[in-house]
Design a binder for this molecule. Structure first.
Ligand SMILES: [Zn+2]
Length: 306
């Protein structure tokens, strides 16, 4: 697992601390000064600017370093931790993201609810570029990734994953979408491919036939590890293209994805902010009512969760 950090970090090891965007904001009350957040956002580097009073903290985990420093700040009165999934300079391709370290780092800061915005291809022509989809199911076609925190011989931990996403998190995003202007769909199956290449036409048609709505590269093992750590997790998928088999033409290109993502970023960020505002209030572990938070109840864990 250390290979992930050793693989990319050496030449770019020095992270420059950057001041938050609103240094002139009023000082936060004492409890807010600590390295603590209740809500996590794992997303693209376009999200850096959306927290106020932001500051960076380096977090180490038993699984190595997360993709980047965590940016702690406030949004709509909620304490939010942002983590750039691919690093601030987008250096980690989907199969090299240290998903275990990312989720562990957020949990160690107090985060129990995670929103995970990501770019996806659409397998349904009616959900075109710019559409936001809140999937409720996953088909995992990734391989070769560090996909579980319970990886050692010894205590065997099986968590339930029949419903991979948080019901309450999805409801919060759906409510924000209903009040916004973006085209959207609530529900759908996200097929997670290994990448970094896009699908062939035959693969894309196969994913459609299998019941897939969307194709992405990062939601697994991210969602599964969040469940293993008893965290609420919600993917918010932004369609950037129609996948290869959905229409005739050249198929998806990287430039196409980048262009759509850039133009949709401002309303998409606003949506994530509106969803954060609607997430349920934080609950202590002992009293948490969401099923996600009870995922490891009664299981013999090989270590205590942070
Ligand atoms: Zn939940």
């Amino acid at each position: 697992m250390g290979d992930h950090t050793a693989y990319r970090r050496p030449t770019l090891a020095v992270m420059t601390a950057q001041p938050g965007p609103s240094e002139s904001a009023a000082p936060l009350p004492e409890p807010f000064r600590q390295d603590h957040a209740e809500i996590g956002v794992i997303g693209g580097s376009g999200f850096y600017s959306f927290l106020t009073d932001a500051r960076r903290v380096a977090v180490s985990t038993p699984f190595g370093a997360p993709s980047d420093d965590v940016v702690l700040g406030e949004l709509h009165g909620r304490r939010v931790a942002f983590l750039a999934r691919h690093g601030h300079d987008h250096r980690f391709p989907p199969h090299r993201v240290n998903y275990r370290a990312n989720l562990w780092a957020l949990r160690s800061l107090g985060v129990r609810q995670v929103l995970s915005p990501c770019a996806v291809g659409s397998l349904r022509p009616e959900f075109g570029p710019g559409t936001v989809v809140v999937p409720d199911q996953i088909i995992d076609r990734t391989w070769g990734r560090e996909h579980t925190v319970y990886d050692e011989v010894g205590a065997v931990v099986h968590v339930g994953f029949a419903d991979p996403y948080c019901v309450r998190g999805r409801a919060a995003v759906a409510a924000a979408l209903a009040e916004g202007d973006l085209p959207y769909a609530v529900g759908g199956t996200l097929v997670v491919i290994n990448g970094p290449r896009f699908s062939t036409r035959a693969e894309s048609q196969w994913h459609q036939t299998a019941g897939g709505t969307l194709v992405g590269m990062t939601a697994m093992p991210e969602a599964a590890i969040a469940r293993e750590l008893a965290m609420c997790f919600t993917t918010v998928a932004l369609v950037t293209d129609l996948d290869a088999g959905v229409e005739h033409g050249e198929g998806v290109t990287h430039d196409e994805v980048v262009a759509v993502f850039a133009s949709t970023m401002p309303p998409f960020k606003a949506l994530i902010g509106a969803a954060i505002e609607r997430l349920p209030a934080a609950e202590p572990d002992s009293e948490a009512t969401c099923a996600c938070r009870r995922a490891v109840d009664g299981l013999a864990l090989p270590f205590a969760l942070p």
